[in-house]
Design a protein around this ligand. Structure first.
Ligand SMILES: C[S@@+](CC[C@H](N)C(=O)[O-])C[C@H]1O[C@@H](n2cnc3c(N)ncnc32)[C@H](O)[C@@H]1O
Length: 328
């Protein structure tokens, strides 16, 4: 019963490779403040990032939160549609396109409206000037999604839409040797695409293997699989829990504040996407002031051994949540 409730409620984070090892230290850079974004409820989010006793940094409430309350929302730092969904969703916000108001481009991808087209204009122009077909083919044939996020970040950096160090504050994953070899192949393909487009060496000087590896290792632990429910928040609140399962993954995204949420196999918070890649963090029960907010990274309906193996292999940690410690 508990398991099925949690399974419906928790978000599934994609596990692209299952060969990670636990990180022995956490990133010790200054945690970010809980700054509001345009789509948050009024006022700053009622949370702060602080050090936990057992799981590095985490997110804590600053006031009591009611069951079902929208705690805050977050715009992605970077997101990218799945290769197969490229023609069907907005290239910028991942919203499903209905064909009526899409701004379809010569490249075959489309934007849901002027706002998305405008805000991604610079990086889109960079991206469209480069032939990424070999890189995309490689990602498709190897079933890889995260390198698409690295490609988009590189284009955003070139367009001046973000900084080279924009994800440095996030915890990186340990990358095993076997994966380094694959990363070298990916990186060589990406760099070749930029060079073939005739970009001056000084413009792509940031595009080193170390940058690529650093970004990819942070994306690996912190990326979310965006599963859009596609209904308004109000209708979601009145829906039976079972309906919440009608989700579709349309792409991947990395956020800032949501990346500091630790995992729990019986979470008090979950993350949902209603129409676009804007993430909504929502309370699953009453939460007391000062309590840590935790989401579920995996399918919590799995048995204890399977959950722990998945978290260890996919995210590199031994889960120390109360449910695991109780033996459930
Ligand atoms: C997405 S990050 C969460 C934020 C992270 N604690 C930080 O300091 O940036 C995921 C990492 O947090 C730690 N973590 C999250 N949940 C945990 C749990 N239930 N038990 C142990 N470590 C956990 C692990 O090191 C994991 O790789």
């Amino acid at each position: 019963m508990l398991a099925s409730r949690v399974r419906r409620a928790c978000s599934l984070r994609s596990v692209e490779m299952l060969h990670l090892r636990r990180l022995s230290t956490v990133n010790d850079r200054t945690p970010p403040s809980a700054a509001p974004d345009a789509s948050s409820p009024a006022g700053p989010p009622p949370v702060r990032v602080a050090i936990t006793e057992t799981a590095g940094r985490g997110v804590f409430t600053t006031r009591s939160i009611g069951s079902g309350e929208l705690i805050h929302s977050a715009e992605p730092v970077v997101c990218h549609p799945s290769v197969d969904d490229l023609p069907a969703v907005c290239y910028s916000c991942l919203k499903a396109l209905d064909g009526s108001e899409d701004r379809r481009t010569a490249a075959g991808v489309a934007f849901c409206g002027e706002r998305c087209m405008g805000r991604s204009k610079g990086s889109f122009e960079v991206e469209m000037g480069i032939d990424f077909s070999a890189y995309h083919d490689y990602c498709r044939s190897h079933g890889l999604k995260y390198p698409l996020l690295v490609k988009r970040l590189a284009c955003m950096v070139l367009a001046g839409e973000t900084r080279v160090e924009c994800l440095d504050v996030l915890q990186p994953a340990y990358l095993p040797m076997g994966m380094i070899v694959q990363i070298e192949e990916e990186f060589a393909l990406l760099k070749r695409a930029f060079k073939a487009a005739g970009l001056m060496d000084e413009r792509i000087a940031f595009l080193t293997k170390n940058w690529y590896t650093g970004i990819l290792s942070r994306i690996r632990i912190n990326a979310f699989r965006v599963e859009i429910i596609g209904r308004s928040y109000e209708s979601l609140l009145s829906m039976a829990a079972a309906s919440v399962e009608a989700e579709t993954a349309v792409g991947n995204a990395v956020y800032m504040l949501p990346s500091f949420y630790n995992h729990d196999c019986d979470p008090n918070t979950h993350i949902i996407w209603l129409e676009s890649a804007v993430a909504r963090l929502k309370a699953l029960r009453e939460i007391q002031p000062g309590e840590e907010l935790r989401i579920c990274y995996i399918d919590a309906s799995l048995g204890r051994d399977a959950r722990r193996a998945l978290l260890y292999q996919g995210f590199g940690f031994q889960c120390n949540c109360p449910r695991c410690l109780s033996g459930d």
